[in-house]
Design a binder for this molecule. Structure first.
Ligand SMILES: [Zn+2]
Length: 400
C-alpha cells in the first residue's frame, strides 16, 4: 500500500466505514478483510487538468510535434463541427477517469457545460468555467458568466472554479476582476501560462506564428497581448487570487520559478507530461521547480493532445522522463499535491484516517523488487478497482 502520507506498507490494510477511512496500517489479522491479491493500493488519483468535452476522440488532433497555434486551429474546427459543448464526450471522459483510478478532477468547462453528467458521476470535480474575452466589449459578459457559475448551488459532486483561459485570450481587466472574485469568494482559479515558445514571443513582441494565427480570428483584438510582457507579469497578478493552478508552465524561467516558490501556499503548477511530449516542447523544468519548492501536480489535459485520461500513465511518463525525481514525489504529484491545488487536501489525496475512502488498486507484476515503487511505475499494468467515498465505482459490483 502506498498511502502518500508515509513509506509504502507491504501487505497494507485500509479500513473504511461509510465514506471515511477509519484506519490505515498492516493489521492483517483483523476480521472482515477483503484480500485484493497482488495489487498496489493507492489514494484515488487526482487529475488536476482536463477538458472532458474532447474525450470521444480516439487520438490527439494533428501529428506529434504540431505547433500550438496549428493545433488550436484544429481544435476550433472540431468545436465548430458540432455543438459547442459535447455532453457525450464529457460523459465518456468521466467514465474513463473513474476506470483509470481518478477520484478527483479539475475540469475546464465551456459555458453550458453538462451539469447533469457531473451530478451523476461518482467522482469529485472542481469545474473551472472557461472565460475568454480578447475584446473590451466581451469582458462584461464573461464576468457575468463567472458570477453565474459561482452562484449555481453546487452539489457535493462538484465545486465551482474560474478558468480565465490564457494570456492571448483574456484581457487584463478581465483577469484582474476574476482574480479579485477568486479572492473574495475563496474559489480556485486555473490559467494556461507559458505553454509554448510562440506564446512567449507573442507576449514579448506581439509577433510570430501565434500572433499571425490570432490576427485571423474574428474575436481578436491586439489589445489583449502585445504589451512587452512575460509570464512573470501574469504570475504577479494571479498571486492575488485565493488559489491558482498555473496550467503547463512549460517555459517558466528561473525568476518565475522563484516567484512561484515564494507563493507556494496558493500557487501550484500543473504538469501535463504526455501532452508536453505530444507537442515536443523543451525538457520540462520539473527538477528546478521541485528543488525551488514549487508545488507541482499532474493533469492529462484533453484527449485532443493526450492518448488517454490515465493519471497512472502520466506518473509512469514522469518517472521515465525524470529518473532523478524520487518516486515517492511522483506519487505525491498525482495525489496529495493535486488535492492541495484544488483545495481538497483535508478530504482527499492520501490514505489517512478521517479522509474520504477514495482508493485505486493497480495490478502488480509477478516479479519482485526491493523497491516497491519500481513494481508500480516500471510496469504497464492497469488500475483494476476504484473506490470513491467508500463505494466501489469501478468495476461496478453488479457488472462483475
Ligand atoms: Zn488545458
Amino acid at each position: 500500500m502506498f498511502s502518500a502520507a508515509g513509506p509504502p506498507i507491504p501487505g497494507g490494510v485500509v479500513t473504511f466505514r461509510g465514506r471515511r477511512i477509519v484506519a490505515v496500517g498492516d493489521d492483517r489479522g483483523a476480521a472482515g478483510l477483503e484480500d485484493l491479491g497482488n495489487v498496489a493500493l493507492l489514494p484515488g488519483l487526482v487529475n488536476a487538468h482536463t477538458h472532458l468535452e474532447f474525450s470521444d476522440l480516439d487520438r490527439p488532433l494533428g501529428q506529434a510535434g504540431i505547433r500550438l497555434d496549428e493545433w488550436i486551429r484544429l481544435l476550433m474546427d472540431r468545436r465548430r463541427s458540432r455543438a459547442n459543448c459535447h455532453p457525450e464526450g464529457t460523459r465518456r471522459g468521466l467514465e474513463e477517469c473513474i476506470r483509470t483510478g481518478t477520484t478527483t478532477l479539475g475540469e475546464i468547462a465551456q459555458p453550458a457545460w453538462p451539469v447533469d453528467a457531473f451530478e451523476a458521476a461518482t467522482i469529485q470535480a472542481v469545474v473551472f468555467l472557461e472565460l475568454i474575452a480578447a475584446r473590451a466589449e466581451s469582458v462584461a459578459p464573461a464576468l457575468a458568466l463567472a458570477e453565474d457559475h459561482r452562484q449555481v448551488r453546487p452539489s457535493n459532486r462538484w465545486l465551482p472554479g474560474l478558468g480565465p483561459h490564457a494570456p492571448y485570450t483574456v484581457r487584463l481587466e478581465l483577469l484582474d476582476r476574476v482574480v479579485a472574485l477568486s479572492a473574495a469568494r475563496r474559489i480556485p482559479l486555473a490559467f494556461h501560462l507559458a505553454e509554448s515558445r510562440e506564446e512567449l514571443e507573442l507576449l514579448a513582441t506581439g509577433t510570430g506564428p501565434m500572433a499571425d494565427f490570432l490576427r485571423g480570428l474574428e474575436t481578436w483584438d491586439p489589445g489583449v497581448a502585445a504589451r512587452a510582457t512575460r509570464p512573470l507579469d501574469y504570475l504577479r497578478r494571479l498571486a492575488a487570487a485565493d488559489r491558482v493552478l498555473v496550467v503547463h508552465g512549460n517555459y517558466l524561467d528561473g525568476e518565475e520559478i522563484a516567484f512561484l516558490a515564494q507563493n507556494q501556499a496558493r500557487m501550484t503548477v500543473v504538469y501535463c507530461p504526455r501532452t508536453h511530449a505530444f507537442f515536443g516542447h523543451d525538457h520540462y523544468p520539473l527538477s528546478p521547480m521541485l528543488a525551488a519548492g514549487v508545488p507541482v501536480c499532474l493533469g492529462t489535459d484533453s484527449r485532443a493532445s493526450s492518448p488517454d485520461l490515465s493519471i497512472l500513465a502520466e506518473m509512469r511518463a514522469v518517472s521515465r522522463k525524470h529518473p532523478a525525481v524520487d518516486p515517492r514525489i511522483v506519487l505525491e504529484l498525482a495525489t496529495l499535491c493535486g488535492a492541495k491545488a484544488l483545495g481538497l487536501e483535508r478530504e482527499m489525496g492520501s490514505l489517512e484516517q478521517g479522509k474520504c475512502a477514495d482508493l485505486a488498486a493497480v495490478a502488480l507484476p509477478d516479479w519482485d523488487s526491493p523497491d516497491p515503487y519500481e513494481l508500480l511505475l516500471d510496469s504497464e499494468l492497469p488500475v483494476v478497482t476504484t473506490w470513491h467515498n467508500g463505494e466501489q465505482v469501478f468495476p461496478r459490483p453488479e457488472s462483475r
